[in-house]
Design a protein around this ligand. Structure first.
Ligand SMILES: Nc1ncnc2c1ncn2[C@@H]1O[C@H](COP(=O)(O)OP(=O)(O)O)[C@@H](O)[C@H]1O
Ligand SMILES: [Mg+2]
Length: 499
């Protein structure tokens, strides 16, 4: 691809982009949310036409007008969201896209081909299963087989691991390596540095529509890639000034909560979070973290125990009452529960605060101050949006997350509860969020941070509790603890005293 340019209303999505891949390459296309990666690949796949520049395949300029044409040129694309028909079997889904099926026994011949490709590339799929029965990893393998059956030499994958478990991601990398040995070329879009380092042989970094770096993988490390991606050096560690924890903000005593199935899921938790403190909750998801947070924030009734905020009992009070008393909450499913899709960005920027000063004066919305607030959030949290008057549903997932986080942090809560706040974010945005959490602590607030990312917890928190099956296996000091023990506690062994 040479000198590719593409603009959307108000955005230069691609600007003078050059990209070259050779047979057998696994190229990592790296960049923050909104850098222009998907746009560039949609151009290569024929979904968009470039405003400038040209695409050459085997040295020949081509004009790719549609995905059908790109398929004929040997290009296949696996989108972020799979395009399979759920009610059909794997075999039917694969057959569907072919216009040159064999006349006799098409099912039998295609089944044989699927089996052959399965074996050759280690792509395990069952042709007779229905798509709705498949895991994300299996669906992805079906898409890959489909592309290979269409004779794709170049496979584009848009953030393929975002829907996979770590084990499935590892399998995918094995498949990509195998494809590369057979002379296939892959382009892997990602914002995860470790992923690019582990599977790619080359990397192209984009920022704000432009190429900011290109290198062979052995010439770079995570730190240099992060710098190319964000445009300034980012620390992968967070020096915190030592602070003596202050008065208790949140006190939880003997908390018991049931799951949606009405079974005990939080079993007798007691802990205290103080001013000037970030307390982390580590653990594999599903060990009661979500239910604990819901009970504290008034979204779920407790079975037993007491929750106090600044010394006052808030057990089983309404979510609005608790929010007004000083707890803000970044929920786990933040897009579903954190925004109202059809409202504008600026309206979403004051959700839950809209009835308070200065956004509401005498029961009337004070739009000038809401606009000012929304603009500041967009600026501070680097939310990429056409304007504050855009419906929130038009924002990318990462940008929605940044806005929600900004909204909850900027409310200056006594306690901020953040569940997986950097999940799915690019390094630049994650770095920014972590700094803001620390600022919240330094400014006299307190934070309860639930995360599966141990590195994040140990970089940011003053104390980390490890949760397993509704209990704390132990509370550790990040400055002085054995990660091996933490791993064991996450798996339920090595029970220690809780405080
Ligand atoms: N169809 C579109 N209409 C308007 N703007 C778009 C469209 N697609 C992408 N953009 C904008 O172009 C920029 C690059 O987006 P994208 O290529 O999706 O980035 P990435 O995949 O790197 O996250 C973003 O600012 C995005 O909002
Ligand atoms: Mg994208």
């Amino acid at each position: 691809m040479r000198g590719i340019g593409k603009s959307f209303v108000g955005v230069r999505a691609n600007d003078e982009v050059n990209l070259t891949v050779k047979s057998g390459d696994i190229l990592g296309l790296l960049g923050e949310n909104g850098a222009g990666k998907t746009t560039l690949m949609n151009i290569l796949y024929g979904l968009y036409q470039p405003d400038q520049g040209e695409v050459l395949i085997n040295g020949q300029p081509v004009s790719v007008k549609s995905p059908r044409e790109s398929m004929h040129l040997g290009i296949g694309m696996i989108h972020q969201h799979f395009m399979l028909i759920q009610k059909h079997t794997v075999l039917d889904n694969i057959i569907l896209g072919f216009d040159d099926l064999p006349f006799f026994f098409p099912q039998k011949i295609m089944r044989k081909k699927i089996e052959e490709f399965s074996r050759r590339y280690g792509l395990q799929v069952d042709p007779d299963k229905y798509v709705w029965e498949l895991s994300a990893g299996e669906q992805q393998r079906v898409e890959i087989i489909k592309a290979l059956l269409h004779r794709a030499d170049l496979l584009i994958m848009d953030e393929p691991t975002s829907v996979l478990t770590p084990a499935e991601a590892e399998e995918l990398f094995t498949i990509l390596r195998r494809l590369s040995e057979e002379g296939h070329t892959s382009i892997l879009i990602s914002h995860k540095l470790d992923e690019i380092m582990s599977v790619c042989n080359k990397v192209l970094v984009m920022r704000k529509g432009k190429v900011t770096g290109e290198a062979a993988i052995d010439e770079v490390n995570e730190k240099t890639l992060a710098t190319m991606m964000v445009g300034h050096e980012i620390s992968l560690s967070y020096p915190k000034k030592p602070l003596e924890p202050g008065d208790p903000v949140l006190e939880v005593e003997g908390l018991k909560v049931n799951s949606d199935q009405n079974l005990p899921i939080v079993r007798d938790l007691s802990f205290t979070v103080r001013r000037n403190e970030i307390m982390g909750i580590a653990g594999v998801s599903g060990n009661g973290q979500r239910e604990m947070v819901e009970a504290i924030t008034g979204l779920r009734t407790t079975v037993a125990g007491q929750v106090r905020l600044n010394g006052k009992d808030i057990t089983n009070k309404s979510a609005r009452h608790i929010n007004d008393r000083g707890i803000t909450h970044v929920p786990e499913e933040r897009i579903k529960f954190g925004t109202v899709a059809n409202l504008l960005l600026l309206e979403n920027s004051v959700l839950k605060q809209h009835h308070n000063q200065p956004f509401s004066v005498k029961n009337l919305m004070n739009y000038p101050s809401i606009r000012e607030h929304a603009s500041r959030l967009v600026e501070d949290f680097r939310v990429d949006a056409a304007s504050i008057n855009t419906p929130i549903k038009n924002l990318s997932g990462g940008n929605m997350q940044k806005l929600i986080l900004g909204r909850e942090i900027s409310a200056n809560p006594d306690l901020l509860i953040a569940a997986h706040p950097t999940y799915g974010l690019d390094v630049g945005a994650a770095d920014y969020i972590r700094r803001r959490l620390i600022e919240c602590r330094d400014g006299g607030g307190s934070v309860l941070l639930v995360s599966e990312d141990l590195e994040e917890l140990f970089q940011v928190c003053d104390r980390v509790a490890v949760m397993f099956e509704g209990r704390f296996m132990g509370i550790v000091d990040p400055a002085d603890c054995d990660m091996g023990n933490v791993g064991l506690m996450m798996a339920g062994s090595l029970p220690k005293e809780t405080n």
